[in-house]
Design a protein around this ligand. Structure first.
Ligand code: HEM
Length: 412
């Protein structure tokens, strides 16, 4: 298949349902493949890694948007992302990321373990009630999507009673990361962002009057002490980013991990009984079914790598999910194997934008999946699990299960 046709197929419903054959079709033409004038696609593990670490290949910031989509300023959801660290380049990116880096180190995040355990126990209690009469329970709605938003809300210092609202708002806003292809979805994202920004205004006022030991209180203090360190728009943009970036992604990691364990009782048994297995299992779920399939970079200057000349202004699409299945890096890449040594999947990106929340996401999944397996040893699929019709952030829409007997008493 022509690489351009394979790449374009990734934007279709068929491509989104199963993108892997199209990744292989592009890979058949090389590991860094021109697909049209001014656009290359990185599919190899080594190529994706290198692109993400090349300083001249940058994220699409306001200046890049001005070139390709000048109307972006009329979309509040896109503006908020553009004010955040994810859509900024150094030195602005370095300054913004420095405001929260220390809150997300593995050591700092490890302190959240008891909170995550407690939240997981409460969610499992609720699922035990919902499924006690044999009714099917959608694990995506009742578990996978609830835990990440509860955890990140606690870290940021948001109201616990707004978690379901945050979850729905975050889902609507995240659509704007899929590009500008769907005007209706973008309008929904903008409306959700406006609502969220109003609420953030109230939160900022409250934290200013009554600061607490949470991330948003610290960011408000920093902004008030010196807006050059963090402007008002950057404060809102990064509050939105922290809320949304870790929500759907971690929900999909937990959902994918749960599905794989329900389908393979051997893995469920190991999760139940062997604590160290959880880390290897979660790494392989990340490699095999990464929640973020793709990101991209723009050439701020001419670059040459792997014998390809990349002129300034070109776009390089980084297929993280394809790099994770590069046969040169992972023997038998389409086989799920938690026994792989030194895996290091590309699922959290790389370089200066390496996922800020990687340690948190891993901890949530490594905690939640064994607890789920222990609590419901008879859990089975009640119906086929279905994928959402999206590509960039890809994961399950439904995971209907019958819980069977719940064995572990709840701990509160
Ligand atoms: C399984 C879960 C997650 C996955 C797969 C994931 C994936 C990613 C990826 C691929 C990037 C880099 C994007 C790029 O380079 O263009 C990224 C960046 C980011 N992630 Fe995550 N993420 C996850 C969870 C989280 C969590 C829990 C948080 C925080 C609460 C978070 C916060 C961020 C932030 C703030 C950035 C931007 C970092 C920067 O630009 O310097 N993520 N994530």
């Amino acid at each position: 298949m022509d690489p351009r046709a394979a790449f374009e197929a990734l934007g279709t419903t068929e491509g989104r349902q199963d993108p892997y054959p199209y990744y292989d079709a592009i890979r058949a033409h090389g590991d860094l493949v021109p697909v049209k004038k001014g656009s290359l696609v990185a599919v190899g593990y080594r190529e994706c890694t290198r692109v993400l670490r090349e300083p001249a290949l940058q994220v699409q910031d306001g200046t890049a948007f001005d070139r390709v989509y000048p109307e972006w300023r009329s979309h509040s959801s896109v503006c908020a992302f553009t004010d955040s660290m994810l859509y900024s380049n150094p030195p602005k990116h370095t300054r913004q990321r420095g405001t929260v880096n220390a809150d997300f180190t593995p050591q700092q995040v490890a302190r959240m373990r008891p909170v995550i355990e407690d939240m997981t126990t409460r969610l499992l209690d609720r699922i035990a009630d919902l499924g006690a009469d044999g009714s099917p329970v959608n694990l995506m709605d009742e578990f996978a999507s609830r835990l990440p938003i509860a955890v990140v809300s606690a870290m940021l210092g948001f109201d616990a009673d707004r978690q379901v609202w945050f979850r729905d708002i975050a889902s609507a806003i995240a659509v704007s990361t899929d590009g500008f292809t769907d005007p209706a979805a973008l309008a929904t994202a903008d409306a959700a962002m406006d609502e969220l920004a109003d609420h953030f205004g109230d939160v900022i006022t409250r934290k200013r009057g009554c600061p607490a030991a949470d991330i948003v209180s610290a960011l408000v203090r920093l902004h008030d002490s010196d807006p050059a360190k963090l402007s008002h728009d950057e404060l809102i943009g990064n509050m939105m980013l922290l809320l949304t970036a870790g929500f759907e992604t971690t929900a999909f990691l937990i959902g994918n991990g749960a599905l794989m364990a329900i389908d393979n009782p051997r893995y469920a048994a190991l999760l139940r009984t062997q604590q160290p297995f959880a880390a290897a299992y979660v790494e392989e779920v990340l490699r095999f079914e990464p929640p973020v399939h793709v990101t991209s970079r723009w050439a701020a200057a001419d670059v040459t790598m792997f014998d390809q000349h990349i002129p300034a202004g070109s776009r390089v699409v980084v297929l993280l999910a394809a790099g994770n299945r590069d046969p040169r890096r992972y023997p038998d890449p389409n086989r799920f194997d938690p026994g792989r040594a030194n895996s290091q999947p590309l699922s959290f990106g790389g370089g200066v934008h390496f996922c800020l929340g990687a340690a948190l996401a891993r901890l949530e999944a490594q905690t939640a999946l064994p607890m789920l397996a222990r609590r419901f040893p008879q859990i089975t699929l009640a119906d086929t699990a279905t994928y959402r019709d999206r590509w960039v952030i890809r994961g399950l829409r439904t995971l209907p299960v019958t819980t069977g007997r719940a064995v572990t008493a709840s701990r509160r």
